[in-house]
Ligand binder design. Structure first.
Ligand code: NAD
Length: 515
């Protein structure tokens, strides 16, 4: 991202196609923001300016919430089958336009095209699960809680729901929320990352093409001010957030103070534990994919490798050799295994982290600080491995969010479990072994919400909850799976009897045998 904030002056930008100022999508129309400033949206592979994103403020959020509120009665009154038809249509469009969506992700976010396509595929998977909302939104009924009296619990929409999303999955993360929210009868406001607003813009164009009624989904560009506008707006009933730990804590606190339902997913530091009996070649390829895929900018990225006992001798040589073969480059280059990191600021921070590891005594086994042959003007860091890292070092404490793998060595599984559990975050972890007893022990004792067994990135499929723990998640109900409908609905319990059916159920008592 750029980082220069400028005062909004459309006249000064006229005639520069790259200076196209993005608009908010409100009530089905594209509107200029009443923004206080602009940021450049850049291609992280070469620094080219793609557009300029307005930093919307409270009044822009208020307009979007007003549109979502106005759309709510009609949308909620539609049959659930009618609402889910829009999700089917969106899924079809995403399938047809997967290449266009992937190209947008790569252009503004940098990831290699194969990763970008995989991201769209994950978004499609969520859409498919949301198509089953007529099943998952069903309530419960119990006949005869008292004579002639039934009680039923039904689920109703929360109202206007909002999502605030991060830069690293511009197509997938908004889809963790949007399809469930609207299928359940809510209307929706999205505030995407200001670093990658273009894929959300494309999504709203597609929503217009499928004829989604205006106001059901609204898009507000911006950063802190737009977020605060959402958190403080009394018209919003639920807030979903995905981003770094500190922002997640802030969002959770402020939204809850304002009486909103919140799910706030934070950052991560994910450990990969390799046991002595792990299958070496498969383990190495999974560890590399986990650590360096998407240039390490995944909340499920393997960040710390822990070898147990003789696993150190078995895998370290191979890991180094294979990591050195991975090429960083423009995401559109089929030879590139990893693309750039999101911004020059992120690039400098990652290099500083690596430097700090070296200063604090780690061995720089693979050095990606200045990768060769990468395009000029891009934010490139190559695969980096720091060996003999200690838990006290900065690289072990901070979420680096770049292609850097820290390696620690311990003697026993108990020590590995203790290392993982001392981390304040608990998003994902994986163990590599063929030993069922070790798997059972690890899965039972580990304080992490998503566990992989011989799987590098153990992200839950959309029909299960994405279930981080500790500082990786603030809230009660997780993302997708059964939790999604729980989050986007309120339960209402109705207890009823009908006097014409006979006094306190007399009708049933008398007629029961005849029916
Ligand atoms: P971020 O926290 O900087 O930004 C996320 C969103 O919050 C953006 O929309 C941004 O505009 C807004 N924001 C940022 N700072 C804010 C502030 N001070 N006040 C109000 N709003 C603010 O995160 P990011 O850099 O875009 O994304 C990377 C982070 O997201 C990493 O920490 C990663 O682990 C995490 N992440 C977590 C998950 C998960 O499932 N747990 C998934 C994806 C990403």
């Amino acid at each position: 991202m750029t980082t220069q904030t400028e005062t909004l002056d459309p006249a000064a930008l006229a005639g520069k196609p790259e200076a196209r100022i993005l608009q908010n999508y409100v009530g089905g129309r594209w509107l200029s923001a009443q923004a206080s400033g602009l940021l450049d949206v850049t291609n992280p592979a070469n620094g080219q300016i793609l557009a300029r994103v307005p930093l919307s403020g409270k009044s822009d959020v208020d307009a979007a919430v007003a549109a979502a509120t106005a759309a709510l009665p009609d949308w909620r009154a539609r049959a659930i089958g009618e609402r889910t038809q829009f999700i089917y249509a969106l899924r079809e469009k995403y399938l047809q336009r997967i290449d266009e969506l992937a190209a947008s992700i790569t252009r503004e976010g940098g990831k290699v095209l194969s990763d970008a396509r995989a991201e769209v595929t994950r978004a499609i998977e969520v859409l498919e699960v949301a198509c089953s909302t007529p099943m998952s939104m069903q309530g419960r009924i119990l006949e005869g809680v008292s004579r002639g009296i039934n009680t039923e619990t039904i689920r109703q929409p929360v109202g206007v729901c909002a999502a605030i999303t991060p830069f690293n999955f511009p197509a997938m993360v908004p889809m963790w929320f949007l399809p469930f929210a609207i299928a359940c009868g809510n209307t929706f406001v999205l505030k995407p990352s200001e670093q990658v607003p273009l894929t959300s813009e494309l999504m709203c164009h597609i929503l217009g093409e499928i004829g989604l009624p205006g106001g059901v989904v609204n898009l507000v560009h911006g950063a802190h001010d737009a977020v605060n506008g959402i958190l403080d707006n009394p018209g919003i009933g639920a807030v979903s957030f995905v981003g770094s730990v500190n922002t997640a804590k802030y969002i959770y606190r402020r939204a809850a103070e304002n009486g909103k339902r919140v799910q706030a997913l934070g950052g991560a530091k994910n450990y990969l534990v390799v046991m002595p009996d792990a299958v070496v070649d498969k383990t190495v390829s999974n560890v590399l994919g986990s650590a360096f895929g998407n240039a390490g900018q995944r909340c499920m990225a393997g960040s710390v490798l822990v070898t147990v006992g003789s696993a150190q001798q078995a895998i370290m040589g191979r890991l180094k050799d294979e990591a050195e073969k991975l090429i960083a480059g423009d995401g559109t280059d089929p030879k590139a295994a990893l693309g750039p990191v999101i911004s020059p600021v992120a690039c400098s921070r990652i290099r500083e982290c690596i430097e700090s590891g070296v200063q604090e005594g780690a061995e720089l086994l693979v050095d990606g600080r200045r990768p060769k042959g990468v395009p000029a003007g891009g934010n490139f860091v190559g695969p980096t491995i720091l060996n003999h890292v200690k838990p006290e070092m900065r690289v072990a404490r901070e979420e680096i969010f770049g292609p850097v793998l820290s390696v620690m060595h311990v003697d026993t599984l108990d020590e590995a479990i203790a290392l993982v559990n001392r981390d304040p975050r608990g998003n994902g972890t994986s163990i590599f072994t063929e030993n069922g007893a070790a798997v059972r022990e690890y899965s039972r004792r580990i304080e992490v919400g998503m566990v992989g067994v011989n799987i590098g990135v153990a992200a839950s499929p959309a029909y299960f909850p994405f279930s981080g723990w500790k500082d990786s998640f603030f809230g009660d109900l997780h993302v997708h799976g059964w939790d999604a409908v729980e989050f986007f609905t309120r339960k209402k319990t109705v207890t009823s009897r009908f006097f014409s059916a006979g006094e306190t159920g007399k009708y049933f008592v008398e007629q029961g045998d005849k029916h």
